[in-house]
Design a protein around this ligand. Structure first.
Ligand SMILES: Nc1ncnc2c1ncn2[C@@H]1O[C@H](COP(=O)(O)OP(=O)(O)OP(=O)(O)O)[C@@H](O)[C@H]1O
Ligand SMILES: [Mg+2]
Length: 327
């Protein structure tokens, strides 16, 4: 079996919302299993409408939330095993990139301060001269340079430029995995492709895998090796991006893909889903059944088990589309 960089095994996250007495449980991430191989760096896009659990899942991979069930294993080290978990190594191996680059940098500090801090505080550079070299190399990998960036404040950059600086900062630790939560959502449409193209370059040049969370159909189509679709916390479809985009197996993925890909389009807008119902997060049968055009009695009785479709594809549906098991 291929060695794994990341294993997410049956992971769930439950939030208690509302007061202590009348509060409800919200299953934000519901028994998700996913993995990324070590030997082949990939861009895995996580897609799905607002509130489906994308950020919560990634926060667990970033160790910002603990899973309530299941386990997460990075490079063979289980997060729950305090002996094998080295916090310093973790900071080097896994780097986050957030949605709004202006929030990642303080307006009162020059942006190069952050790059130097990463290089020096994490012990990657032993001297200022070494840090100069590392910072410049990282900036050059994203099409910038220390000469251009030095001494400048965040507001002196466009959103796209500043996002490239935050990617450069992430590169300094030579990560194995970058988790980018909607990294182009706050960026000008004309610059979105520029950023996602960079992910592809970095995957190939530095063998970094990416988890790319997005609402943006066109960039996901363009950049992904694999796609994972979440619906109300459940992983309802997973597989090679092209196969999923061309022939979705889950009716919800089909609905997502039916929107026309244009840079900057958001699924939410086009799907016009009704408001989230807390109870839909916790129903014990197929969560998509209440709005699925193909739902049968079976779908309203019990949750489907993950069904394999070929070597690399999985769907959580009793009646997958475009397959012999379908209608
Ligand atoms: N700290 C928290 N406490 C309580 N509920 C939370 C918390 N964080 C997230 N949730 C809830 O969990 C669900 C999943 O949220 P999450 O932020 O993971 O969704 P998302 O897919 O990232 O959405 P978006 O596309 O809007 O960023 C939502 O219903 C959200 O309100
Ligand atoms: Mg989110």
């Amino acid at each position: 079996m291929a060695k794994k960089l990341l294993e997410i095994n049956g992971v769930s996250k439950i939030f208690r919302v509302g007061g202590i007495l009348r509060g409800k449980k919200l299953v934000a991430v519901d028994d998700v299993t996913l993995s990324i191989d070590s030997d082949k760096p990939v861009i895995l896009s996580i897609v799905g409408e607002s509130g489906c659990g994308k950020s919560t899942l990634c926060k667990m991979v970033l160790r910002l939330h603990n899973p309530d069930m299941g386990e997460i294993i990075l490079d063979g080290n289980n997060y729950a095993d305090k002996k094998s978990y080295d916090p310093h190594q973790f900071k080097l191996d896994v780097q986050p990139i957030f949605q709004n680059p202006y929030e990642s940098f303080s307006a009162r500090k020059t942006v190069d301060t952050y790059l130097y801090n990463t290089a020096l505080r994490l012990g990657i550079a032993k001297s200022r001269a070494e840090a100069d070299k590392l910072v410049d190399e990282a900036l050059k990998s994203v099409g910038m340079s220390l000469e251009v960036v030095k001494g400048k404040y965040p507001t002196q950059f466009s959103g796209g430029e500043l996002q490239r600086v935050s990617i450069a900062r992430a590169l300094i630790t030579r990560p194995k995995l970058i988790i980018a939560d909607e990294p182009v959502a706050a960026i000008d449409a004309s610059m979105k492709m520029n950023i996602v193209n960079l992910f592809k370059d970095l995957r190939d040049k530095y063998k970094i895998s990416f988890i790319y969370i997005t609402h943006d159909l066109s960039t996901a189509y363009y950049v992904s090796d694999y796609i994972a679709t979440l619906y109300r916390g459940c992983l309802i479809e997973y597989g090679p991006a092209k196969e999923i985009m061309d022939q979705p197996a889950h009716p919800y993925t089909e609905l997502l893909m039916s929107s026309v890909p244009r840079v900057g389009d958001k699924w939410d807008k086009e799907l016009a889903m009704p408001d989230m119902e807390g109870k839909e997060y916790s129903i014990s049968y197929c969560k998509f059944a209440p709005r699925c055009p193909y739902a049968t009695d079976k779908c309203r009785q019990a949750r489907p088990e993950p069904t394999k479709l070929g070597d690399e594809r999985m769907v959580l549906c009793y009646h997958p589309l475009n397959s012999k098991e379908g209608k």
